[in-house]
Design a protein around this ligand. Structure first.
Ligand code: PEP
Length: 260
C-alpha cells in the first residue's frame, strides 16, 4: 500500500474550550475502538487555535492527530493576529490546512500567499494540506482542470528539493460550490479531478507522485462517503460540517475502504 488513507476534520470557527473537549473526547474514544480492529487510517482534527493546547494535553498517546486551519508565513515578530507554524507545532499540530477556499474568498489569500505558507509549513515541520478547487462559474465554463492546475503549479516551487520530504504534502480537491452547501460532486466528477491531479504529480514530481495523498472535501457525510472514498485516486476526505458531530465523523472514517 503506497498511501495511508487520511481523514481530516476541519472544525472552522466552531467550538469553545468545553465543547471542543467534549467533541474530541468522543472522536478519540471512537478512534481507540477502531485501533482495536487494526484499521489503518490516519485521522486528524483541526480545531480553532484557542482549543489546540487543551485538546493536545488530552490526546496523550492517542492515534488521533492535530492540525491547524491556517498559519502565518513568518516564524515570529510584529505580525499582529498571526499564528506561526512553530506555534502550531508547540500545540501538538502535525498538519496545517492551507489555501482553504474560505481563506481565499473571505480573506484575500492568493495563490502566491498560499505558496509562501506551504514553504513555511515545510520549514516548520508541518504537513501542509493544500486546498484547490474551482468555483461554480469556473466549472460551468469548463475551466475546472485549468483552475486546479494553476493552484497546484503555484505551490510547486515551495516544495522541498529533497524528494524524501515531499510525501508530507497532501492535496485536497474541494470544489468551492460543494463546500458547506450540501451539494456534493459526483464520484465521477471527483475521480476526474483527482486523476488529473495525480497526473500533474507524476509529471512534476515523478519520484513522489504515488506517495502524495489527495483528499476530497465538499459536503461529505456518512450517506455519501463510501462512494466517494472508494474512487481510485481518492485517498481520504477533508470534512467540514460533518466533523462537528462525532458519530458522523467516525462513520465517515468507517467508510474508508478496507485495506487488505
Ligand atoms: C471544508 O470546509 O473543508 C469542507 C469540506 O466543508 P463541508 O464538509 O462542510 O462542505
Amino acid at each position: 500500500m503506497l498511501r495511508c488513507p487520511l481523514v481530516v476534520g476541519n472544525w472552522k470557527m466552531n467550538g469553545l474550550i468545553e465543547t471542543a473537549q467534549d467533541l474530541v473526547d468522543r472522536v478519540q474514544a471512537g478512534i481507540s475502538d477502531r485501533e482495536g480492529r487494526q484499521r489503518m487510517c490516519e485521522v486528524v482534527v483541526c480545531p480553532p487555535y484557542t482549543a489546540l493546547h487543551t485538546i493536545n494535553s488530552r490526546l496523550g498517546e492517542s492515534a488521533l492527530k492535530l492540525g491547524g486551519q491556517n498559519m502565518g508565513v513568518e516564524v515570529e515578530g510584529a505580525f499582529t493576529g498571526e499564528v506561526s507554524g512553530i506555534m502550531l507545532r508547540n500545540c501538538g499540530c502535525r498538519y496545517v490546512i492551507l489555501g482553504h477556499s474560505e481563506r481565499r474568498a473571505l480573506f484575500g489569500e492568493t495563490d502566491e500567499m498560499v505558496s509562501w505558507k506551504v514553504k513555511s509549513a515545510f520549514r516548520d515541520g508541518l504537513n501542509p494540506i493544500v486546498c484547490v478547487g474551482e468555483e461554480l462559474a469556473e466549472r460551468e465554463r469548463g475551466e475546472t482542470l485549468q483552475v486546479v492546475e494553476r493552484q497546484f503549479l503555484a505551490v510547486l516551487p515551495s516544495l522541498p528539493e529533497s524528494p524524501a520530504k515531499r510525501p508530507a504534502l497532501v492535496l485536497a480537491y474541494e470544489p468551492v460550490w460543494a463546500i458547506g452547501t450540501g451539494k456534493t460532486a459526483t464520484p465521477a466528477q471527483v475521480q476526474e479531478v483527482h486523476h488529473y491531479l495525480r497526473g500533474l504529480l507524476k509529471k512534476h514530481l515523478p519520484d513522489t507522485a504515488d506517495k502524495v495523498r489527495i483528499l476530497y472535501g465538499g459536503s461529505i457525510k456518512p450517506s455519501n462517503a463510501a462512494e466517494i472514498l472508494a474512487q481510485e485516486d481518492v485517498d481520504g476526505g477533508l470534512i467540514g460540517g460533518a466533523a462537528l458531530n462525532a458519530n458522523d465523523f467516525l462513520d465517515i472514517v468507517d467508510a474508508i475502504p478496507d485495506l487488505t
